[in-house]
Design a protein around this ligand. Structure first.
Ligand SMILES: [Zn+2]
Ligand SMILES: [Zn+2]
Length: 379
């Protein structure tokens, strides 16, 4: 691994890992390049000084080789609070019009074989099927979905996954648009969503390839009564993932002082969270960042020759990953060239690029590499 200054040429075949920017007296860790082609930076949760990471909606969590997206977090109870069945919509739009019920007087439901559509039991066309099997009662479809998803009446936590029509294989959409008698469109879930007691969190299983599509879905889990959400391979887990890259009790999410906090439980392959924006290096605490197969631990230290009040940080690094890895891994350092304080920046840049102040700590185990054999295929 090598550190480069802002204007140094990047050697051929080099992988740029991350960028360090000095701004407003702070060091910021950022992606190697602003575009999407550069590698994603992952914060290693267990190495955080706070031991846990506060979650926000849209965060992407990685456990072993599995990724989850935080879709929704509801902290407090308010009337009508319901889990949003938010997944990337693949199904078609389904609608019904309460003003046109009479048109369906002789249309048959393909499940119960009864004719007619009423406000309480609407006939809808939820998939690509046509002809005599085109329509189904919303109530009949809900009953079928409930059975397929194994939803119990008592449980408020549930796993939602989009179901497909068994005949045409079209995925049933999550929501139905109903035109009411006043002509307004109301959106309602096709599935009867259990009322989940806040605080609750919805985690989407992010599935990359089509073979795993059956596991795509949304875990909606209530953390009421100080419940600890467990993610892992063990049977007691609320989000259970049967995979070698997942530890028995891998990570937990708890609700603490109005926040959802993700913690790692000394898992073998680590709990990571995608960095959405540049992160400042705090003088008091080190952070570990995984980029591809490399884990970098970065900490700010006062310069040994300088007074403690002076901001002359020094960087120490720990290099994770295999030492056999012969790819030239590169860390590019960018120091901001500003009109004020330019000398100090140059000083820092020079000191770092000649390597004299670098300390190489013993290797720490890499996170997130389930096995060498399938690493490239799965991560
Ligand atoms: Zn029916
Ligand atoms: Zn169908």
């Amino acid at each position: 691994m090598q550190m480069l200054g802002q204007h140094d040429a990047v050697p051929a075949n080099a992988d740029q890992l991350l960028r360090l920017v000095q701004k407003d007296g702070m060091f910021w860790v950022d992606k190697a390049a602003p575009n999407n082609s550069s590698k994603k930076l992952w914060l290693v949760v267990r190495d955080l000084a706070t031991c846990g990471q506060r979650l926000s909606e849209g965060d992407i969590i990685k456990l072993g080789r599995f990724k989850f997206r935080v879709r929704q977090m509801v902290a407090t109870d308010s009337p009508g609070t319901q889990a949003e069945l938010k997944l990337d919509e693949t199904g078609t739009q389904v609608s019904a019009d309460l003003n046109k019920l009479s048109e369906f007087s002789s249309t048959m439901c393909r499940i119960c074989l009864l004719e007619g559509s009423t406000e309480d039991d609407l006939l809808i066309s939820p998939c690509m099927c046509k002809g005599s099997i085109e329509y189904v009662h919303l109530g009949c479809l809900r009953h079928w979905i409930k059975g397929r998803l194994n939803l119990s009446e008592s449980s408020t936590s549930f796993f939602y996954r989009p179901l497909s029509c068994e005949l045409c294989k079209a995925v049933y959409p999550a929501y139905l648009n109903i035109t009411n008698t006043a002509g307004q469109i109301e959106r309602m879930p096709i599935m009867e969503v259990p009322r989940t007691k806040p605080p609750f969190i919805a985690l989407e299983n992010m599935v990359r390839d089509a073979q795993q599509h059956s596991s795509r879905g949304l875990h909606v889990i209530s953390l009421a009564d100080n419940k600890l959400l467990k993610l892992g391979r063990g049977h007691e887990s609320d989000v259970r993932i049967a995979d070698v890259s997942i530890s028995r009790c891998h990570a937990t999410i708890r609700f603490h002082r109005g926040q959802f906090v993700l913690e790692d439980h000394n898992s073998k392959f680590g709990t990571l969270i995608a960095m959405k924006k540049p992160r400042a290096l705090e003088p008091s605490s080190a952070i570990s960042i995984q980029v591809g197969r490399t884990v970098l631990s970065l900490s700010l230290q006062p310069h040994p020759d300088a007074g403690s009040s002076e901001l002359a940080p020094r960087l120490s690094q720990m290099v994770g990953g295999s030492s056999q890895d012969e790819r030239a891994l590169r860390l590019s350092l960018l120091t901001r060239s500003s009109s004020h304080g330019g000398d100090a920046n140059d000083e820092v840049g020079r000191r770092i690029s000649d390597g004299s102040d670098w300390q190489t700590a013993p290797s720490i185990p890499p996170h997130g590499n389930p096995s060498d054999a399938n690493r490239d295929a799965t991560l």
